[in-house]
Design a protein around this ligand. Structure first.
Ligand SMILES: NC(=O)c1ccc[n+]([C@@H]2O[C@H](COP(=O)([O-])OP(=O)(O)OC[C@H]3O[C@@H](n4cnc5c(N)ncnc54)[C@H](OP(=O)(O)O)[C@@H]3O)[C@@H](O)[C@H]2O)c1
Length: 330
């Protein structure tokens, strides 16, 4: 017999952090190709805020937020192979539902976490690290000698992008939203750091490239930043628009890309790149290797008690955090 209920953070409507409600929630029985996971650490990602606020509408309420967690397998279905009770596993998954003490998951979406790794670190990093992996390898393939601009360089994804792009031989420029983040971004590997709030941010970036512009911009900010990012590019440069905390991307007349120098724009999603089990495993293995060989150095995450998820949301949304955030169960 496995448990029929868990403790979860559910929402009954879109809204601010106050809509998160701590309560009991039903746990479905474990199906033949599923596993029951006792969750230890749940990643808090910007997408959780977008689901909560309604920027990404939720079809059915009550809903449990969250796309990422680590935990320990408690039980597996009859058809599951290669996974046993006691295994440490991580996942990034939609439909949402990670903000809970326990969760029934499709077994093929669970990644075995090598025992040498710290569970809190993996539970708050696997989503962001898999994102950084496809962004530097696929969305714009970083190569030695190119110059890239990383916005929110001290953010969760931003820190990983800076390090991975540097390791691949790029010259990395960064932006941050406040001057207190500047030194840390330089220490992380940015050659120069510009304040994203400076009115002449684009001019500063262009000056740093002797007027040429950068080969690629990683823009996880969106809103009005999108247009500024286009203006930072050199001819044939690539704008990777992967996040929109500052608001939706304004409508784009594609012919402008022609006029601005044959530019490329892509708006990618992690879920495209980990759709199949083999892609998920291959990219996860690359992330584990990058953590192992020091390509990615990840500061200990900021952890909040499970019941204080609202505070984690408030801090992330207020741009007060650096690096990764998580909720600790128990
Ligand atoms: N497409 C994908 O596959 C994918 C996957 C994972 C994450 N993402 C996206 O990647 C981005 C980073 O995610 P994260 O979870 O690691 O968050 P994060 O970078 O730790 O936090 C967001 C950062 O964005 C900056 N920012 C600029 N304008 C902002 C605004 N108006 N409101 C809030 N923050 C603003 C802030 O840094 P400064 O103050 O330094 O500017 C803030 O710290 C998010 O947009 C997320 O949705 C996309």
């Amino acid at each position: 017999m496995t448990a029929t209920h868990t403790i979860a953070l559910r929402i009954y409507r879109h809204g601010g952090p106050e809509v998160l409600t701590l309560e009991g929630a039903p746990l479905p029985p474990v199906g033949a190709d599923q596993a029951l996971v006792a969750q230890r650490i749940i990643g808090v990602n910007y997408i959780d805020i977008q689901h909560r606020s309604g920027r990404y509408p939720i079809a059915e309420f009550p809903a449990i937020l969250g796309v990422e967690a680590v935990g320990v397998v408690q039980a597996v279905g009859a058809a599951v192979q290669g996974l046993s009770p006691g295994d440490q596993v991580a996942y990034i998954h939609v439909p949402i539902g990670a903000y809970a003490h326990a969760r029934v998951m499709p077994a093929e979406r669970l990644i075995q976490v090598p025992v040498e790794f710290d569970l809190p670190l993996i539970g708050t990093t696997i989503n962001r690290a898999l994102t950084a992996q496809y962004l530097v390898k696929d969305s714009f393939a970083v190569r030695p000698g190119c110059t890239v601009l990383v916005h929110a360089a001290m953010g969760g994804v931003g820190q990983l992008l800076v390090q991975w792009a540097r390791a691949l031989g790029a010259r990395v420029l960064g932006t941050v939203g406040s001057s207190d983040k500047r030194q840390a971004a330089l220490a992380l590997g940015c050659e120069a750091v510009v304040l994203s709030t400076d009115a002449d941010m684009v001019a500063q970036v262009r000056a740093l490239t002797l007027g040429e512009g950068v080969h690629a911009v990683y823009d996880g900010i969106g809103g009005a930043m999108f247009d500024q990012s286009l203006h930072c590019l050199r001819p044939c440069g690539t704008l990777v628009s992967f996040g929109t905390p500052a608001g939706p991307i304004p409508p784009l007349d594609v012919f402008r890309l022609n006029q601005m120098g044959s530019l490329y724009v892509t708006s990618p999603s992690i879920f495209t790149f980990i759709k199949t089990r083999s892609e998920l495993q291959r990219r996860s293995d690359e992330v584990f290797a990058a953590l192992r060989d020091g390509t990615l150095k990840v500061a200990p995450p900021t952890l909040y008690p499970f019941a204080q998820a609202a505070q984690a949301h408030t801090d992330l949304q207020a741009r007060r955090t650096t690096g990764s955030l998580g909720l600790q169960v128990g």
